[in-house]
Write a protein of this length. Structure first.
Length: 161
């Protein structure tokens, strides 16, 4: 995997970025439960992301060996768009640029110029990350998240190379 220029080195402060696999399923599921309580993907959905052809699944492992970050993105052929399906960093490890690192690394491996994602409307930290990294709001999805919370659909158009 080629690291994007904007990402810190893979061993930055002892954190390591690498591809995730089905062997990471339990740790990813635990992370999703912590980062997205009540809204996390279940085991089956995560396994499908990890096994689906063309999906980019990356993880960040902390110096102590624990999985503290995960992103999954790829082209959804039935709708013809490339999406960041999930991205999260353990709250104890946030504020260190790990989310930006995951996002940039995943984007660098995605084939399409345009990338979409959906974020909960009240997740100001994530909205800030996405806006700072070139995403813009393109729509609102009322009731998208459990409890009736709206989602904000965002889009990034990367420059042609």
């Amino acid at each position: 995997m080629t690291e994007p220029e904007t990402a810190p080195p893979p061993e930055a402060n002892g954190y390591r970025l690498s591809f995730a696999s089905p062997r990471d399923l339990r740790a990813i599921h635990r992370l999703e439960q912590i980062v997205f309580p009540g809204e996390a993907y279940g085991y089956f959905d995560l396994l499908m992301l990890l096994l689906a052809p063309g999906m980019i699944n990356l993880k960040i492992v902390a110096p102590d060996g624990g999985l503290v970050g995960f992103v999954s993105g790829g082209r959804l052929f039935r709708i013809g768009r490339t999406w960041i399906m999930t991205i999260g960093v353990h709250p104890a490890h946030q504020g260190r640029g790990l989310g930006r690192w995951l996002l940039a690394a995943c984007e660098s491996l995605l084939p399409d110029r345009t990338i979409y994602l959906t974020v909960r409307a009240d997740n100001t930290r994530a909205l800030t990350l996405y806006r700072r990294n070139g995403y813009r709001e393109v729509g609102v999805k009322p009731g998208y998240y459990p409890g009736g919370h709206p989602g904000i659909e965002m889009r990034k158009d990367r420059p042609l190379l």
